[in-house]
Design a binder for this molecule. Structure first.
Ligand code: FES
Length: 146
């Protein structure tokens, strides 16, 4: 009988611990973004995540590979203006204060470069002629807690 009571309290403690200290695992959800032929090399599009974040997706090369594309947050880390892709300059540009970012999202000019800020990058994959973007569910959790 004592063993049963100890096992019962142990199970109850385990359930309580999971409730009080939930796992903080970041899950990536792959979302359909576009067909490969709908974005030509040099073009870009804006994608809005289910959580409301805006992402600019640019196609830098013609090859049907995930590496031909780059997906970065379109919100400038300086003061939040919209960033857009400039294919002729191979960069992302913020017109508010002339902030510029290289294709990896690292700031190269303007106030974001002075503050060592960068744009959030989103993973991409190609499957069966379709482009997918990985959206982390963690920001939604963080917003709910603040
Ligand atoms: S808001 Fe983008 S450089 Fe200032």
């Amino acid at each position: 009988m004592a063993t049963g009571i100890v096992a019962g309290y142990g199970t109850l403690a385990s359930i309580a611990a999971r409730f009080l200290y939930p796992s903080r695992k970041t899950e990536e959800n792959w979302q359909f973004l576009a067909t490969l032929d709908s974005i030509r090399a040099g073009q870009s599009m804006i994608y809005q995540t289910p959580g409301g974040a805006k992402v600019v997706v640019a196609r830098r090369q013609a090859a049907d590979l995930a590496e031909s594309f780059v997906a970065l947050s379109s919100v400038c880390p300086h003061l939040g203006c919209a960033v857009h892709w400039e294919s002729q300059n191979n960069r992302f540009f913020c017109p508010c204060h002339n902030g510029a970012f290289d294709p990896s999202g690292t700031a190269t000019e303007g106030p974001p470069a002075s503050a060592n800020q960068s744009l959030e990058r989103f993973p991409l994959k190609v499957q069966d002629g379709l482009l997918y973007i990985a959206i982390s569910s963690e920001p939604l959790t963080r917003r709910a807690e603040s």
